[in-house]
Design a protein around this ligand. Structure first.
Ligand SMILES: [Zn+2]
Length: 440
């Protein structure tokens, strides 16, 4: 956006944030402090974050995530507002006095501006999710990406009017990140929210399955940011059970709001932003890069003769030490083995030479990649990473179809949900072995 417009928007944002925080303060409730709902889950605390200090969060894609304590959960809802389902989500959250963060689409905000105002009125945080929800932000020209980001902000802000503030939070459609997009958002002081886990509620699965996945994946992590969709009927159906289960299992809801000059960020340690802090005592293993060999034209080296190794002499020395009474524990080598002295190389008599490998020996063939992909596909489907999210959230492209409830089951979704047979996996393993044999 232009600088003057940006400055004006920032001052408006700062002014509106005061109102929003007042609103949040009035609506944030602890468990047992929810009028009319004594057994409500409630919102345990409000976390104030500075997007400029932590521009990217969510361990599905980034090294940092919200500094949550064990058993703390942040709920997020994407793609709304769609009154038919979003209003029900709001009622369910209100019945439990739970505050969440909504990532709204500009076009949806234009169609249902009152839906955006209801979010702020209820005390939730409202971020944006682009203007048209393109599932191409990972490769679209940066100017087009900027138009999507800025357009979404303008649309949602105009829907809010003087009603409340827009949080500088953004979720990339389909989680399809790109470095230039991330850099642009950071330059605007906007925080990118990935997620810590999903419940696959955009897929064609039952609401029971959404509930199961939400709880199962949360239990695996113990805390984190859950990504849901307030436009989905199955999410509406699953949400009461999810909230009840969170309460039963002792989880707490955290509401996240952006820092302002009046409300500084909650003091945190940088380590708290790492979901799995790296300990200095734990060795970090990294897969080494394949060295760039270029030895084809170099001189060949003579191979050492077997006689140069002098193993009999080494063995004789160790036995001699044992004879002298030096204790030698079973299964270990003697501690004072003398290293054999230097021996003259017999280069003149050595006929054998070792060939130097060509760099093509180290190339990974396409067939091996394909076999590896075949082996990991079921794991990826279960983990539901960004790639799966991208493929099966294609329905979000067709917002009118979703709104009218006519969105069909996509071909891609069927492909991802098709169970892979044992026979198929065996085939992949067999292929992998064959490729390795050929490489050798
Ligand atoms: Zn979305």
């Amino acid at each position: 956006m232009p600088d003057n417009a940006s400055a004006g928007a920032r001052s408006l944002l700062a002014a509106l944030c005061v109102g929003l925080l007042t609103c949040i303060g009035a609506h944030t409730a602890r468990a047992g402090d929810c009028p009319g709902h004594p057994d409500a889950l409630g919102t345990s605390r409000t976390l104030v974050v500075d997007p400029r200090e932590h521009p990217r969060i969510g361990t599905m894609q980034y090294s940092e995530t919200l500094p949550l304590r064990d058993h703390e959960v942040v709920l997020t809802f994407d793609d709304g507002p769609l009154p038919r389902n979003s209003d029900q989500v709001l009622r369910i959250l209100a019945s439990q006095c739970v505050k969440a963060t909504f990532f709204t689409i500009g076009r949806m905000a234009q169609a249902y501006p009152e839906g955006v105002r209801k979010l702020v009125e209820a005390g939730h945080s409202v971020g944006t999710h682009s203007q048209n929800h393109p599932l191409t932000m990972n490769h679209m020209p940066i100017d087009a990406a900027k138009r999507e980001i800025d357009g979404g902000i303008v649309s949602v802000r105009s829907a809010l009017g003087d009603y409340g503030a827009l949080a500088p939070f953004f979720r990339i459609p389909g989680l399809l990140r790109a470095e230039d997009v991330e850099e642009y958002l950071a330059s605007q002081g906007i925080q990118i929210w990935s997620a810590d886990f999903l419940a696959d509620d955009w897929r064609h699965i039952s609401s029971s399955r959404v509930f199961e996945l939400a709880i199962k994946r949360l239990e695996q992590r113990g805390k984190g940011i859950l990504l849901l969709h307030d436009i989905q009927a199955r999410t509406v159906a699953a949400l009461p059970r999810i909230l009840n289960e969170l309460k039963v299992r002792g989880y707490h809801i955290v509401h996240v709001v952006p820092a302002t000059p009046q409300t500084p960020a909650t003091p945190t340690d940088s380590q708290e932003w790492q979901l799995y802090p790296v300990s200095e005592n734990v060795a970090i293993s990294r897969w080494p890069k394949i060295p760039n060999f270029a030895f084809r034209d170099t001189e060949m080296l003579p191979a050492p003769a077997i006689s140069e190794l002098d193993w009999p002499r080494v063995q004789a020395m160790s036995l001699a030490e044992e004879d002298r009474g030096i204790p030698v524990r079973r299964g270990t080598r003697p501690g004072r083995l003398a290293w054999p002295g230097p021996m003259p190389l017999q280069t003149a008599e050595t006929a054998a030479t070792l060939p130097v490998p060509d760099h093509t020996v180290f190339q990974i063939r396409e067939g091996l990649r394909a076999a590896t992909r075949g082996l990991t596909a079921p794991h990826r489907a279960e983990q539901a990473g960004p790639a799966d999210y991208q493929a099966t959230s294609r329905q979000a492209r067709n917002l009118p179809a979703i709104m009218s409830g006519k969105a069909g089951r996509s071909r891609v979704a069927r492909v991802h949900q098709k169970p892979q047979s044992t026979h198929g996996r065996r085939g992949a393993i067999k292929h992998l072995v064959q490729v390795r044999k050929r490489s050798a």
